[in-house]
Design a binder for this molecule. Structure first.
Ligand code: PGA
Ligand code: ZN
Length: 401
């Protein structure tokens, strides 16, 4: 019933106005799945390769589509994803592009779910029990590679850790986003938004901490549960490898100073989450920080691990972190992303399922988060391509309970 009969690929728009790859997968019995690849701006050095969409589509049509149509079953994700890897023939998907691969992989999963008449999260092996919903981390202030003339730290993320249900959590993050706007307004700091919908004021990082701390406090007392916050430092973008320092404008920090700085921030602001606090090659720096604050907060590797089990294994051996960001397009297929989650969980690492700065309406990651029972999902706070995932989480909860 789930034999793949057609794979169609096209270029569609992403949230930055760039083209990206969308895939349709059709099956023998009329099953249908559609998915689109997201795209990063602060991309990790070790990520699978995203090709220009036109090239990715042409290469996938030539090499992958003939290996899929009439040959694999959409209901068998491992078979689909192995066929994609085999057709690509490289370690990093530079043959057909990780963008083509991930779009086809996710579209096949949806087609498999469609044939079964099951929601995607269930087809992917998950259940929704209500009390275990993934807590959304909502980007409310940011800069880095996502906005010019804004903070050095890429993302300040609202974290409604005390929320009793997913709907309250989603609305709490939107409330923090609105509260930040009010505070910025009071301070006369008008500003636009970055790529993920976070406010991108021209303020220094210290002021951003004050503002987000105040906004989360205000919302916490309004909603009556704990709303904390966390960071994606995206430190690889700040690191100058030649000088071996982190550059915050004219300010610079050695690795030891960077570890100290982040550890102090964790203590001062009770940060619940710190992503990429150090450069993507610095397992030792990560381990040093994790030793200091790993009991209090999640130290999460994004560019460090790039959803790659080999890199995660190295991190586990060195006690480099206690959490891993999972972005299916960093590795190329859903099966690979599941392998990373499984290895993480077996070793006590919390998986955090994540969007990219360039997104579409595709809501696959909402299902992936529920399917893997991930404690967190990072998918912005506002903006259509972000609310697509948040509203899907609300629907999943509503349908499942
Ligand atoms: P990116 O940013 O999608 O631009 O890589 C998101 C992140 O760093 O987590
Ligand atoms: Zn990141």
């Amino acid at each position: 019933m789930t034999l793949v009969t057609d794979v169609r690929l096209r270029r569609v728009l992403d949230s930055r106005g760039n083209p990206t790859v969308e895939a349709d997968v059709l099956t023998e019995s009329g099953g249908f799945g559609r998915a689109a690849a997201p795209s990063g701006a602060s991309t990790g050095e070790y990520e699978a390769i995203e090709l220009p969409p036109g090239e990715a589509i042409a290469n996938a049509r030539e090499h992958a589509v003939p290996q899929l149509e009439g040959r694999v079953y959409a209901g068998n994700q491992r078979e689909v994803d192995a066929a994609l890897r085999g057709a690509d023939g490289t370690d990093d998907f530079s043959g057909i592009g990780a963008n083509s691969a991930v779009a086809i992989s996710m579209a096949a999963a949806k087609a498999g779910a469609d044939v079964l008449g099951a929601p995607l999260f269930q087809h992917l092996g998950g259940t929704f029990r209500g009390e275990n919903f993934p807590t959304p981390l909502g980007n409310v202030v940011g800069g880095g590679e996502h906005a010019a003339d804004a903070t050095y730290i890429q993302e300040f993320l609202a974290a409604p850790v005390g929320a009793p249900n997913v709907t309250d959590a989603v609305f709490a993050n939107a409330a923090v986003h609105a509260a930040v706007a009010d505070i910025l307004d009071e301070r006369g700091e008008s500003c636009g938004k970055g790529d993920e919908g976070a406010w991108a004021p021209s303020i220094d990082d210290a002021e951003a901490f004050e503002i987000v701390d105040e906004a989360t406090d205000v919302v916490s007392s309004d909603v009556g549960f704990e709303v904390g916050f966390g960071l994606d430092v995206a430190a690889s973008e700040l690191y100058d490898a030649d000088a071996e320092v982190y550059r915050y404008g004219d300010d610079e920090k050695t690795t030891d100073e960077q570890v100290e700085y982040i550890a102090d921030l964790v203590r001062e602001y009770d940060l619940v989450y710190v992503e990429d606090p150090l450069d993507e090659d610095d397992y030792e720096g990560f381990a040093d920080l994790t030793e200091r604050v790993g009991e209090q907060t999640l130290v999460c590797g994004d560019d460090l691990f790039v959803t790659n089990t080999e890199r995660l294994r190295t991190g586990i051996d060195l006690d480099a972190a206690n959490s891993i960001l999972i972005k299916p397009n960093q590795i190329g297929t859903l099966a690979d992303a599941f392998d990373a989650v499984e290895l993480a969980v077996r070793n006590g690492y919390d998986p955090v399922i994540s969007h990219r700065s360039g997104e579409t309406e595709d809501a696959t990651i909402a299902h992936l988060a529920v399917a893997t029972d991930a404690p967190f999902i990072k998918t912005g706070a506002v903006g259509g391509e972000r609310t697509a995932k948040l509203n899907e989480l609300i629907r999943i909860a509503d349908d499942a309970l």
